[in-house]
Design a protein around this ligand. Structure first.
Ligand code: AHR
Length: 496
């Protein structure tokens, strides 16, 4: 098979917002306890934070981490998680049927964020709580001092404000599983009023309204429209969430999900712009794809978990090679919409549907760690418009190109990087591109992530089963790029 990529450095989609490479830590399973925090571990620092995990998070180069949920936030009482640890209550968490000890809380997370070299994207509880609580947590976090909650923070030992800039107004409020689930109108109203009060308190913050919790929700479309009609002026972003699975064990269909994701993004942009027209709006609502990943491997074993235990093994998907391919494809898809998708969070970061896993003896990288690491580190700059002539196959989502690709130019570093995923399971594809505009460039590296077994996994005992290698054959002769993309492979070709 052959493919021709057409690109021009003058036709730009947009700047990549670094926050496109965000992630997510929820009080769920072993994400916090035994994940980022384990005081009794030999890997813990003086605050109980796992140093081995911090190192792997830093390598991922994650600029923002959403916290503390997820479904957890809809029953969250942030006051329980601050102050002297001995006084913090153990509470029932209805979202995950567990007991939350609150031994790791808001202030500890802010300290962890600094160590991980990331920023916090904080969510407020609009499930069981509302405007008053949203104001209070913002005051506790962002006001310097001289008021009840800001002084309380100082009393707790955090003198300087946390200055959190990005705030989620609840989580998945369209979902009947959500504590305090609401109709679109009810949610739109509370998002508007909570957002208004929060911006009165701190006009420097930005807010994210909940969109649908997946493309397949029966209310998708009308939910976005009704919510934005109520809160357009009080919010800056609308969220999208999507997880994919391969329960059907059909890899071609599984990899075709990038087409569905692309349609999802395009449709949400259309709704945002239609509400803008109806409202005579001045600004664009941007997209925050703040939960995305593959999630299904742990579904059956999670049904066995005993209720009301503390941080059980929960949502511990063991990822395989085909999951890594889809993760690459999902990131390429979001990058292709860099003009509107400004924030995205890989859900999640450690132990819970995560690229990083821990045990008492170490931390290791799952297969999905690698595409995220490569794209997060090399996919910064400007996304260029591209067209690709490539054969299609027919999937449940319609015409599905065999290659997902995107080109990112970094003017500061003087690099051009082509990310390309070959979804064809049987045949390599010869990729060519006329790059004569990029004078003086040469191929710096052609990294390939591939494996003969789509189901190959990385485990604690065999952590290097699926790893990328700089062994591709890309060549640039007289400005013409040629590269073989092996069957079922993700490729990163950097020109310098
Ligand atoms: O990431 C796991 C869960 O998925 C989150 O808590 C929720 O928001 C979504 O349904």
């Amino acid at each position: 098979k052959k493919a021709a990529l057409h690109v021009s450095k003058y036709f730009k989609v947009g700047e990549v917002d670094d926050r496109l490479y965000g992630s997510f830590i929820e009080h769920l399973g072993r994400a916090v306890y035994e994940g980022i925090y384990q005081p009794e571990s030999p890997f813990a620092d003086e605050q109980g934070m796992r140093k081995d995990v911090l190192k792997l998070v830093q390598q991922l180069n994650v600029p923002i981490v959403r916290y503390p949920g997820g479904n957890f936030v809809s029953g969250y009482r942030w006051e329980d998680s601050v102050g002297p640890k001995a006084n913090r209550p153990k509470k029932i968490d209805l979202a995950w049927s567990v007991v939350e000890t609150n031994q790791f809380g808001l202030n500890e997370f802010m300290d962890w964020s600094k160590k991980a070299e990331t920023e916090c994207m904080m969510a407020v509880n609009l499930g069981t709580r509302g405007i008053e609580d949203a104001k209070n947590i913002l005051e506790y976090c962002n006001i310097k001092g001289g008021s009840y909650y800001s002084d309380l923070r100082r009393e707790h030992g955090w003198e300087a404000p946390h200055d959190i800039k990005l705030w989620c107004l609840g989580n998945e409020m369209d979902g009947p599983w959500q504590e305090g689930h609401k109709t679109a109108y009810e949610y739109g109203r509370i998002a508007a009023e909570a957002g208004r009060a929060m911006k009165m308190l701190d006009p420097t913050i930005e807010t994210v309204a909940c969109g649908s919790s997946s493309l397949t929700m029966p209310t998708f479309g009308t939910w976005e429209d009704t919510v934005l009609m109520e809160c357009y002026d009080q919010v800056d972003y609308l969220s999208l969430h999507q997880y994919y699975n391969n329960h059907a064990d059909n890899s071609e269909e599984f990899l075709a999900n990038t087409v569905a994701m692309d349609q999802f993004i395009t449709q949400v942009i259309s709704i945002c712009d239609s509400v803008k027209a109806k409202k005579r709006g001045k600004k664009d609502i941007q997209l925050s794809f703040d939960e995305w990943n593959v999630w299904y491997h742990s579904n059956e074993q999670d049904k066995q978990i005993e209720r009301w235990t503390q941080h059980p093994h929960q949502l511990e998907d063991v990822y395989n090679f085909e999951d890594a391919l889809l993760v690459a494809g999902m990131m390429i898809t979001m990058l292709r919409h860099a003009d509107r998708v400004k924030v995205a969070c890989l859900a999640q970061l450690v132990n819970v549907i995560a690229p990083i896993m821990t045990s008492d003896t170490g931390a290791w990288k799952q297969t999905i760690y690698y595409p995220f690491e490569l794209i997060s580190n090399l996919g910064r700059g400007t996304v260029l418009h591209t067209e690709i002539d490539v054969p299609f196959y027919e999937s449940q989502h319609g015409d599905t190109p065999y290659i997902d690709s995107v080109v990112v130019m970094n003017e500061e570093k003087e690099t051009v990087t082509v990310f390309a995923m070959n979804k064809c399971l049987t045949e390599e594809i010869d990729l060519s591109a006329d790059l004569r505009q990029f004078e003086g460039y040469r191929v710096d590296q052609h990294i390939v992530l591939t494996h003969t077994d789509l189901k190959a996994e990385n485990t604690e005992d065999q952590p290097n089963n699926v790893v990328p290698r700089n062994n591709g054959n890309a060549k640039l002769d007289s400005g013409r790029l040629n590269a073989v993309l092996p069957n079922q492979s993700f490729n990163v070709i950097t020109l310098k």
